[in-house]
Design a binder for this molecule. Structure first.
Ligand code: ADP
Ligand code: MG
Length: 484
């Protein structure tokens, strides 16, 4: 599938760079000890620093710094041993200090990369420009009073990592894949919970279009998009809007826009000309942040295995296909569950049962893998019964469905319901004879050349045996008897 947009006057290429704002997993804020839990009563998690009382001084939270370094290392990025906090000045009701503390010219993390596995099996490298630390602002509540706006400062001062990509993305699908991969890496690292519904991960989308191979076009920036689906919809809409303008002989204005999820369209918010001048300057209340190289190395050594490495190991050591491995590693909980099941077992069979049967069934009952009624050990027992041919794959699906509903173990279920597969030649042979006797006409038709009837016989014998005949044996015996 071509990534290019087909316009009236030829093809256009979409260019996208994303700025993701990831809320740091931390019990306390970036410069104060106030709590950060989601959904607390308004203004119950606000210290005098967050409310910008005169004379209060910010103190950097060491844990947040470590989280940013971890994330940088996870993105294979350069860690800057010296970085600087600046004041980004603007007025807004939810920003009591009149400035946001953010890193501007000297971020804590420099260039890195993120690898995307595309649907066609290709890998794409997306450059990371930088990651910097900053504080979140408060929140205006417009729905508490008909005439007044209330301000909730619980979020004010919460630590964010702004992760900026190079303009390397070339379609809405790639942008969606990038954001999902970034979220997966953040969750593996435990540095951001990636919960887009709660606003822990939000995204600004920079979009431009150009003729293939031409210079970069003028971009617009769509602010604060809060789901992967909306990111893709916003980019699609915006790219087509720009193509229409250019093909009409107009030019794109560099501006900030908002995405309206109800109409799936973007609308102007402000243009570059009346954009704020933030008058950045280094915050005099904070020293430059200096990191110890040996400490950075110790953080590097403590990193968990990340999705790319896990995928490579699942392929090379466990023999999974790259596709199956990709599906499993996207969520760490799925990968962990799979590994427990696969230990000492047929890994491909385990991969199928975890990512297709189990995840499919859990989706249907609205459960996650962490709350799965079937434990990895229980699923493992079911697979053992398939592998040692106690039951067929067909029967296994029925057993699985009952396990999911009742929480019963596979071994007990198979015994209790008499589901053991029949591997006794004589029993299968006599079932075949009985079917032949009842359908002598069909047997004659088959023997005179009507091959298609074969499936009919398989079905009848299986039915007669309650689905428990070993399929391989049944086929073998049936073929023998039919050709006699
Ligand atoms: P700002 O800080 O004003 O938002 P940056 O130069 O830091 O501007 O760019 C922000 C984002 O815009 C980055 O993700 C970058 O990749 C992206 N970007 C820059 N130029 C373009 C362009 N012509 N088309 C699409 N995205 C772009
Ligand atoms: Mg920007």
């Amino acid at each position: 599938m071509s990534k290019l947009i087909q316009g009236q006057t030829g093809e256009w290429e979409v260019v996208i760079g994303l700025e993701a704002h990831a809320q740091i997993v931390s019990d306390a804020k970036l410069f104060s000890g106030a709590a950060t839990s989601f959904g607390a009563e308004p203004n119950t998690q606000v210290s005098t620093v967050d409310a910008a009382f005169p004379g209060m001084l910010p103190v950097i939270n060491r844990h947040c710094v470590e989280q940013a370094v971890k994330t940088g290392l996870g993105l294979k990025a350069r860690i800057n041993l010296v970085s600087v906090f600046d004041r980004k000045n603007y007025f807004y009701a939810d920003l009591p200090a009149g400035y946001q503390i953010s890193q501007y010219k000297s971020p804590i993390v420099g260039k890195g990369e993120l690898m995307l596995s595309m649907a066609d099996g290709e890998m794409r490298r997306i450059g990371i420009t930088r990651l910097h630390l900053e504080q979140d602002a408060g929140k205006s509540l417009h729905d508490r009073h008909p005439a007044l706006t209330y301000v909730d400062l619980n979020r004010a001062g919460v630590g964010l990592m702004e992760i900026v990509s190079e303009p390397d993305l070339r379609s809405a699908e790639e942008a969606g894949a990038y954001l999902r991969k970034l979220r997966s890496i953040l969750r593996y690292l435990g540095t951001c919970d990636g919960n887009m519904e709660e606003g822990s991960l939000r995204c600004d989308c920079n979009v431009s279009v150009r003729r293939p191979g031409a210079e970069l076009g003028t971009r617009t920036e769509i602010k604060n998009v809060n789901s992967v689906r909306f990111v893709m919809q916003a980019i699609d809409y915006e790219a087509r809007r720009q193509v229409a303008i250019l093909e009409d002989g107009g030019s794109v204005i560099q501006e900030t826009r908002l995405f309206d999820p109800h109409r799936s369209e973007t609308r102007p918010m402000r243009t570059k000309e009346n954009d704020y001048d933030y008058r950045y300057f280094p915050d005099p209340d904070l020293l430059p942040l200096e990191l110890d190289a040996a400490w950075v190395e110790s953080v590097r050594r403590s990193l968990p295995e990340l999705p790319d490495a896990k995928k490579a190991r699942f392929v090379s050591e466990l023999g999974l296909t790259p596709y199956d491995a990709d599906v499993l590693v996207a969520e760490k909980s799925h990968a962990d569950y799979f590994e427990t099941v696969a230990k000492g077992r047929n890994a491909r069979l385990a991969a199928h049962w975890v990512s297709v049967e189990l995840v499919g069934a859990l989706n249907e009952i609205g459960a996650g893998i962490d709350t799965s009624p079937i434990s990895p050990a229980a699923l493992g027992q079911l697979l053992d019964l398939i592998e040692d041919r106690t039951i067929s794959g067909r029967i296994a699906k029925d057993v699985f469905a009952v396990m999911l509903e009742t929480g019963q173990g596979a071994v007990a279920l198979v015994e209790e319901r008499g589901l053991r597969q029949v591997t006794d030649n004589d029993a299968i042979a006599s079932a075949i004879d009985a079917v032949f006797a009842a359908h002598a006409d069909k047997v004659a038709e088959y023997r005179s050349g009507k091959d298609k009837l074969y499936g009919f016989f398989v079905g009848q014998v299986m039915k007669a045996m309650g689905g428990k005949a070993n399929p391989g044996l049944l086929n073998e015996l049936l073929k023998n008897k039919l050709t006699r």
